[in-house]
Design a protein around this ligand. Structure first.
Ligand SMILES: Nc1ncnc2c1ncn2[C@@H]1O[C@H](COP(=O)(O)OP(=O)(O)OP(=O)(O)O)[C@@H](O)[C@H]1O
Length: 229
């Protein structure tokens, strides 16, 4: 089976900063669920930005469905297949109402208003926030904003989800609802989080990002076993 996504020999440093990645390589297969843990500043968000084409690596390749991402068209294709939940939901909600935000993607893809509404309503209901549909994003709480941002990602039905701190700020009910949703979602996902209780429930496949490398962890939370590639 061809990996859905491959990151190959990735090197990256911010201007005037230290190396965040030194020849980082990994791959993820369709419907594979993995999580990445790591200290503050380890590079989890940076890795997601590079995959989504928001930051350009010094060296290395992002390969989707066996094809190296090079052109703007490649990037458009990648952004249809990969949904990215930003760490800060404020980066993701920009319309007058939450419903507008969640309908924005489907409308952009050419769905009719009725179909975009149905899709948005279904996802908002699944996340337990349909009653907030007509609120402006600025009037939502932190946890509600996170769920709203997640709705705007899920409504696009991507094949791979990159979720940056998806459980942050959620109350017990929303947290459990999200655990169950991700457990039952038949999609590939990479989750970056410090919420180990959440990660333990969603996937047994853990990696630690440390010193610019991904190290597989066995049996959740246990010690690193071998350096990943
Ligand atoms: N815009 C930027 N300019 C310069 N350096 C940056 C920038 N953004 C992040 N960094 C640095 O890059 C490194 C990786 O940051 P990143 O946000 O990817 O870490 P993270 O693992 O997501 O952290 P956290 O767990 O705190 O969210 C850190 O040392 C950080 O200080």
């Amino acid at each position: 089976m061809i990996p859905l996504l491959q990151v190959k020999d990735l090197c990256f440093a911010y201007p005037n900063g230290h190396d965040v990645f030194k020849n980082l390589s990994f791959e993820i297969f369709p419907r594979e669920k993995v999580c990445i843990v790591g200290k503050n500043g380890a590079g989890k968000t940076t890795l997601f930005y590079i995959i989504m084409g928001l930051l350009r690596p010094v060296k290395g390749e992002i390969i989707l469905d066996g094809k190296v991402i090079r052109t703007k068209d490649d990037l458009r294709y990648l952004r249809k297949k990969i949904g990215f939940l930003f760490q800060d939901p404020e980066d993701q909600l920009f319309c007058p109402t939450l419903l507008d935000d969640v309908m924005f993607g489907p409308l952009n893809m050419g769905f009719s208003r009725d179909d975009a509404f149905d899709k948005a309503h279904k996802v908002l209901s699944m996340l337990g926030i349909a009653h907030l549909a007509h609120k402006p994003p600025y009037a939502l709480s932190g946890g509600q904003k996170r769920l709203g941002a997640l709705a705007s990602v899920l409504v696009m039905e991507p094949e791979l989800l990159l979720l940056d701190e998806p459980s942050s700020g959620l109350d017990e009910e929303a947290w459990l609802n999200l655990v169950l949703l991700l457990q039952n979602l038949n999609k590939a996902m990479i989750i970056a989080s410090h919420d180990t209780g959440f990660l333990e429930r969603v996937t047994p496949n853990w990696y630690e990002l440390a010193d610019g490398k991904l190290i597989p962890l066995k049996n959740c939370c246990n010690k690193a076993t071998e350096t990943f590639k």
